[in-house]
Design a protein around this ligand. Sequence first.
Ligand code: 5GP
Ligand code: ZN
Length: 116
Amino acid sequence: MDDCIFCRIARGEIPSKKLYEDEDVIAFHDIHPQAEVHFMIVPKSHIESLAHATEEHARVLGRMMVLAPVLAKQAGLSDGFRTIVNTGRVGGQEVMHLHMHILGGRNRLPPMLARN
Ligand code: 5GP
Ligand code: ZN
């Protein structure tokens, strides 16, 4: 995916505030943080969204899940955090390369969805 933003970040073509990188995943701070701490864990291979994930992605998705608490702790989120995977139009996904948001800070985050 030549012009995918997160593929380009994974290839090092676009700079990012990187927290972690290995063969399969990269983690970097969100450019427009929505909490005191807001970063993303992203598979290096292009998967459009969680709706496009199949059994062959189980390992990398598992790695992302297991990395989340490790990186959250390193980022100082010792009292909990939130993970979000926006998916497709209804989920409000803006970057069409699967990513897991990790958000937290000193204070409790607002409710996950606004209550009417
Ligand atoms: P989505 O709505 O797709 O779940 O979230 C996409 C996120 O990617 C947004 O929070 C947005 O701020 C972030 N983002 C978009 N472009 C860039 C970029 O070039 N660099 C970084 N670090 N984050 C980005
Ligand atoms: Zn991509």
